[in-house]
Design a protein around this ligand. Structure first.
Ligand code: GAR
Length: 203
């Protein structure tokens, strides 16, 4: 192996998926990639603390401060370029990236979504809202999906999926936790390893 794939993780909140990636790198589940940079669009996001504790460089990029989507994305691109990033992982990143951004990194951006795409996905479906929608529809099985990111929200090629059962009495919070534990934290690291290995092979 020449060198590991340089990974950036984009976050907005608690960062449990980021933690799963950090743990997977430590345990060797991720062996073909290395997390070099964590970027948050929210100041004070707890995910930043997780990154710092693991000795990973952190940056915060605020759309409000930069004044436009274009300036926001340009700043992120600059940080990615400076760090030599080859794979971008959206792990609870709650800001939609424009086509001009996503088309600059074809099959180099991956996202974890807390449902079985094509159910409960697309614009407006994020975080707890996804689980609220699944419960109100009454599905008995939900899950998580890791997919490549293109110009269509949650519309890129699927990399991995894992199903999770809905239980009687579930609240959105209980279901969210089960989907994270039984699906997201398992398939996101595996998908990151798979794509990192493919990138290394193509070098
Ligand atoms: C996760 O459930 C993730 O799948 C979801 O937000 C949560 C973030 O949690 N992402 C989306 O809904 C994206 N559309 P985390 O910050 O603890 O990883």
């Amino acid at each position: 192996m020449l060198h590991k794939t340089n990974i950036a993780v984009l976050v907005s909140g608690g960062g449990t998926n980021l933690q799963a990636l950090i743990d997977a790198e430590k345990s060797g589940i991720i062996k073909s990639g290395e997390i070099k940079l964590v970027i948050s669009n929210k100041e004070g996001a707890y995910a930043l603390e997780r990154a710092k504790s693991a000795g990973i460089r952190t940056e915060t990029v605020s759309k409000k401060e930069l004044g436009s989507q274009e300036a926001f994305e340009e700043k992120i691109k600059e940080l990615l370029k400076d760090a030599g990033i080859e794979l971008i992982v959206l792990a609870g990143f709650m800001s939609i990236l424009s086509e001009s951004f996503t088309s600059a990194y074809p099959e180099r951006i991956i996202n974890v979504h807390p449902s079985l795409i094509p159910s409960f996905c697309g614009a407006g479906f994020y975080g707890l809202r996804v689980h609220e929608a699944a419960l109100s529809y009454g599905v008995k099985v939900t899950g998580a999906t890791v997919h490549f990111v293109n110009e269509i929200p949650d519309g890129g090629k699927i990399i991995m999926q894992k199903a999770v059962e809905v239980q009687p009495g579930d609240t959105p919070e209980i279901l969210q936790r089960r989907v994270m534990e039984q699906a997201e934290w398992i398939i996101l690291p595996r998908a990151v390893e798979k794509v990192s290995a493919e990138i290394n092979k193509s070098k």
